[in-house]
Write a protein that binds this ligand. Sequence first.
Ligand code: 13P
Length: 255
Amino acid sequence: MRIPIIAGNWKMYKTPQEAVAFVNAIKGPLADLSAAERVVCPPYVALPGVAQALEGTEIAVGAQDLHWEDEGAYTSQVSGPMLKGLVKYVIIGHSETREYQGVTNEMVNKKAKAALHHGLHPIIAVGESLAINEAGNTQSFVETQIRAAFDGIPASDLERIVIAYEPIWAIGTGKSASGEQANAIIGNIRATIADLYDDAVAGAMRIQYGGSVKPNNMIEFMSQPHIDGALVGGAALKEDSFVELVRLAIEAKGL
Ligand code: 13P
């Protein structure tokens, strides 16, 4: 069985103090919702405080990116050895890093390998633009992203990887894919993993949907058979709504 995973991608929101106050407020309500994996991904500067505040809980912490080199003259960047011990997960290839920081499919692959090398669990994000979607090329575009991201990654590492399918046109727009649309694309992603590896690994791979997920559409996504969780931006920034998303995921999966 694939354990649902609900991750809050906080993007560039919350100061370190606000971040700690947030996790202190949710850790009680989330303690009982252990049928789903719960992850918060604050900005880098909030990671030490959040990690400390969540010590002894089952709520995992994730970073929003990493560089593939261990160290070097890469102003502004953060590496695997710096994150090791602080976080479990790291988001890689989010469309905002692809768009604003020039992250390519090849870099996503290098970042994923670096994360795995340092014992981290990558959340590899893929997804198409509105133009690609409207041209009917979503499936081939996403498949290319997946094949590139997983190039040279051994099957033995796959249990640590989560994939997030986030159509760019649905991020922060209030316009989400329908549950059925998202399930179809995510089913194709699973088929691509089966083609690259085998049915068993593909069947065990957790794949999230992301893009304007809110409490009012969570059940629609989570009741789809291929959708194993959500990567959430805006609705993960409020205590009540993040807790509610986790509760709804558990309810939709009948756990
Ligand atoms: P929203 O939930 O705000 O649309 O953001 C989605 C996202 O980009 C999560 O990584």
